[in-house]
Design a binder for this molecule. Structure first.
Ligand code: FMN
Length: 161
């Protein structure tokens, strides 16, 4: 089997979008975490997934949360992506999010927002997979460019209107 550096580099050949997972922490603060492990899972019922490292400082909060949102980032949200990748602080400021119907923080300006309850949690090696049941969705119809990630770096993509 390849070493973890090789594996990381091989995974990195798969270009992805970037999303922020937002949730309420144990003190009811809105917090966010940058991920690129987001994937669509099912249309009926509507399900999605993402994976969290077991050593994340948000692991306990995510384990106890009943809800989270997935917020697909636009290219102009790179600074927020870097901030939510820690390690300093994962706290979202008041003007950076709105609340969904169930109180889940939803990141302002995201290309798409998925407001989810936890459908399942699956422990898998050094990560846990979170399966979200999607209760509400919003998306942007304008031609704004997405934030992309490829080979360990942010990347650009041209988007028509
Ligand atoms: C583009 C990008 C994608 C990331 N994707 C994931 C991910 O899918 N799962 C994860 O646990 N951490 C991911 N991370 C790392 C976290 O955002 C964060 O940096 C890391 O968890 C820092 O540790 P902390 O959670 O203890 O602060 C990603 C970071 C970046 C910059």
């Amino acid at each position: 089997m390849a070493g973890s550096t090789d594996l990381r580099r091989a995974f990195g050949q798969f270009g992805t979008g970037v999303a922020i997972i937002a949730l309420r922490d144990s003190q009811n603060r809105a917090v966010g975490l940058t991920v690129n492990s987001f994937a669509s899972v099912s249309l009926e019922p509507p399900l999605l997934s993402w994976c969290l490292a077991n050593d994340s400082q948000l692991f306990a909060d995510v384990s106890q949360a009943s809800r989270f949102s997935v917020n697909v980032l636009a290219a102009d949200q790179l600074a927020l992506s870097n901030r939510m990748a820690g390690p300093a602080s994962h706290i979202l400021q008041d003007d950076e999010f709105l609340e969904g119907e169930n109180g889940t923080p939803l990141v302002q300006g995201a290309l798409a927002q998925f407001d989810c309850h936890i459908h399942d949690r699956v422990a898998l090696g050094d990560h846990i997979m979170l399966i979200g049941g999607i209760d509400a969705v919003r998306h942007c119809s304008q031609g704004r460019a997405p934030l992309m990630y490829f080979r360990g770096n942010y990347a650009g993509i041209e988007v028509g209107s």
